[in-house]
Design a protein around this ligand. Structure first.
Ligand code: ZN
Length: 151
């Protein structure tokens, strides 16, 4: 791997990795999905409680690299309180950032992951938690996979 990894691990990523938000099982969850990224060995489970069409509570649990865990942590803070459609929209923004490196200022914390685009193998790490969350919203029982993601 080449390139400057220090630039990749910006403050927001380091902070979420060190102090993950909404981490642990959510006892009141009515949707659960698990995702894994075999390429890197990342695991992520997302628990959420959907009330109507809104995510009332959300948490994640898992193990893996800093990118995957920080991304899942940040995802929970952004998706909480959103509708299913809003959550999908956030994921679309995030996917654009990590695949192109283009980060509009108003997207704030998500922009911390812009450096990921220079490391294509890490895109799957960054999107793992989002895939699990979207699958949980869809109510799919099957494990989420990031294989084929980024297209
Ligand atoms: Zn990873």
């Amino acid at each position: 791997m080449s390139g400057d990894l220090t630039e990749l691990y910006q403050q927001v990523i380091l902070d979420h990795n060190k102090r993950p938000r909404n981490r642990g099982r959510l006892p009141t969850a009515n949707r659960v999905a698990h995702g894994e990224n075999p390429t890197c060995g990342d695991q992520c489970s997302v628990y959420l409680r959907l009330e109507g069409d809104r995510v009332a509570e959300i948490s994640f649990d898992g193990a893996g690299c800093a990118i995957s865990q920080a991304s899942a942590s940040l995802m929970t803070t952004l998706v909480k309180g959103r509708t299913t459609d809003e959550a999908r929209g956030l994921y679309e923004d995030f996917k654009r950032i990590v695949t192109t490196g283009e980060a509009p200022e108003e997207i704030s914390d998500l922009a911390a992951f812009a450096g990921v685009h220079a490391f294509p193998a890490r895109i799957k790490c960054a999107t793992l938690g989002w895939h699990a969350a979207l699958n949980a919203l869809k109510g799919e029982a099957a494990p989420a996979s990031t294989e084929g993601a980024g297209s």
